[in-house]
Design a protein around this ligand. Structure first.
Ligand code: 5GP
Length: 117
């Protein structure tokens, strides 16, 4: 949790307060299937705490944690989606970010060639 703010939905998942289909769980990072999948494989990878609201803040403040997040994403894609995947960080509400606790979407499995959607 950051400051006195309410815990984010992802912090509540990390604490076990909201159930999720977990696929990775490390000291600093968790990953779980998105509740509303946009691809055959759609996993959210996020730090346990909401210290950084988006990838820009995370990259500036803790590049090692960002690298670890990407590494966890790659491992998930190798396990669930033949190692090829799209890694999406929605950054800001106008870009579709709804949870202001940095996270990556790992999208894979049967994505259309050339598709950006
Ligand atoms: P954003 O739109 O912020 O980039 O992504 C937030 C994602 O979190 C969305 O894809 C949404 O479906 C997912 N999400 C929101 N609440 C929950 C939840 O309670 N459980 C799971 N598994 N995913 C959630």
């Amino acid at each position: 949790m950051s400051g006195t703010a309410e815990p984010t939905v992802f912090e509540r998942i990390a604490a076990g307060e909201i159930p999720a289909r977990m696929v990775a769980d490390t000291e600093r990072i968790i990953a779980f299937h998105d509740i509303s999948p946009q691809a055959p494989v759609h996993v959210v990878v996020t730090p346990r705490t909401a210290e950084y609201r988006d990838v820009v803040e995370l990259a500036a403040a803790d590049p090692e944690l960002l690298a670890e997040l990407v590494s966890v994403a790659r491992g998930i894609a190798e396990e669930l989606a033949d190692g090829q995947f799209r890694l999406v960080f929605n950054t800001g509400p106008a870009a579709g970010q709804t949870v202001f606790h940095v996270h990556a979407h790992v999208l894979g499995g049967g994505l259309e060639e050339g598709s950006l959607g």
